[in-house]
Design a protein around this ligand. Structure first.
Ligand SMILES: Nc1ncnc2c1ncn2[C@@H]1O[C@H](COP(=O)(O)OP(=O)(O)O)[C@@H](O)[C@H]1O
Ligand SMILES: [Mg+2]
Length: 249
C-alpha cells in the first residue's frame, strides 16, 4: 500500500499503545522517520525504546495504533509476511549475537546463504567487501571467541547489514564500548547513512547520538516528549536539556 503521503516516510508509528499486563508502557506514540534519516530515540531505562524497535520488525504487536514500514502497515501481518519485512529491516541487537561455531566470514555469509540465491563466489566477494568497508579486513578466518568485545560488536553490526537493509534499528550498539570502538561503530552507522539507509538509533550515549542523528526523539511517560534537532528539543522543554546533560533520568 504505497500512498503519496508516504513518499518521504520510511517508518511511521501512529498512536502506538502497548502494555504488558497492568504495566502501561506506551500510551500514544507517534513519529515519522524520513527516508535516509537517522532518528535518535532516547529515554530512561524501561521507557519502552526496545519494545518500539521490536514492534518495527513484528516481534511485538501493539495493543492499538499503526506501524508503517516503507508504506506498508505491518502490525497485523502474519509471521510469514513478516519474513519479507525482516529482509528490509535489520534489528541490531545489543550484543552482536554471533554464532560461536562459525568464523567471521561464515557469520557474515550466513544471512546471504539463507536469504538470497547468490552464488558462493558473489557471497565471498560481498562478505570481503563488507569486512573491508567496515575496517574488519583480515579477520575473516577468526572465530568470535578470539575477538575483543568491541570487535565482536562491529562484526555483529557488519553481519546485520550485509543484506543491505533499507532500515536499520540500532539498540544501544555502543553500550559498554571504549571510545575507539564507539567511534568505529558510529563510522559504520554514518557509512550506511551515506548509502541511503534509514535508521533509528537507541542510545544513552549523547555524543554518539549528536554525531550520527539528524533528529532526536525523547520517549517519556509513554509518549514522545520532544522531537527535533538538538536545538529544537532543548528549546521545547528544560527537562530535555537536563536529560541530555545526564541530570534527569
Ligand atoms: N515481554 C515483556 N513482558 C513483560 N514486560 C515487558 C516485556 N518487554 C518489555 N517489558 C517491559 O516494558 C518496559 C519497557 O521495556 P523496554 O522497551 O525494554 O525499555 P527500554 O527503554 O529500556 O529499552 C519495561 O518496564 C519492561 O519491563
Ligand atoms: Mg532497551
Amino acid at each position: 500500500m504505497a500512498s503519496s503521503s508516504f513518499d518521504n516516510v520510511a517508518v511511521r508509528l501512529k498512536n502506538f499503545a502497548k502494555s504488558f499486563g497492568s504495566k502501561v508502557v506506551h500510551t500514544n506514540v507517534t513519529f515519522d522517520v524520513k527516508r535516509g534519516e537517522c532518528l535518535g530515540l532516547l529515554g530512561g531505562s524501561g521507557a519502552g525504546k526496545s519494545v518500539i524497535l521490536r514492534s518495527l520488525v513484528g516481534l511485538e504487536k501493539p495493543d492499538a495504533g499503526e506501524i508503517f514500514v516503507e508504506g506498508q502497515e505491518i502490525s497485523k501481518l502474519a509471521e510469514i509476511e513478516l519474513l519479507e519485512i525482516r529482509k528490509k529491516v535489520a534489528y541490531v541487537f545489543q550484543n552482536g549475537a554471533l554464532f560461536d561455531s562459525m568464523s567471521v566470514f561464515d557469520n557474515l555469509a550466513y544471512a546471504l546463504r539463507e536469504h538470497t540465491d547468490l552464488s558462493e563466489d558473489v557471497i565471498r566477494e560481498r562478505v570481503l567487501k563488507g569486512l573491508e568497508e567496515f575496517g574488519l579486513k583480515g579477520n575473516e578466518s577468526l572465530y568470535p571467541a578470539s575477538l575483543s568485545g568491541g570487535m565482536q560488536k562491529r562484526v555483529g553490526l557488519a553481519r546485520s547489514i550485509i543484506l543491505q537493509p533499507k532500515v536499520v534499528l540500532y539498540d544501544e550498539p555502543t553500550a559498554g564500548l571504549d571510545p575507539y570502538n564507539t567511534r568505529r561503530i558510529c563510522d559504520m552507522i554514518l557509512r550506511l547513512k551515506e548509502r541511503g539507509a534509514t535508521a533509528i538509533f537507541v542510545t544513552h550515549d549523547m555524543p554518539a547520538a549528536f554525531l550520527v542523528c539528524d533528529r532526536i526523539a525523547v520517549l517519556k511517560n509513554g509518549v514522545i516528549h520532544a522531537i527535533g534537532t538538538r536545538d529544537e528539543i532543548e528549546k521545547q522543554d528544560p527537562w530535555v536539556s537536563r536529560f541530555i546533560e545526564g541530570e534527569e533520568y
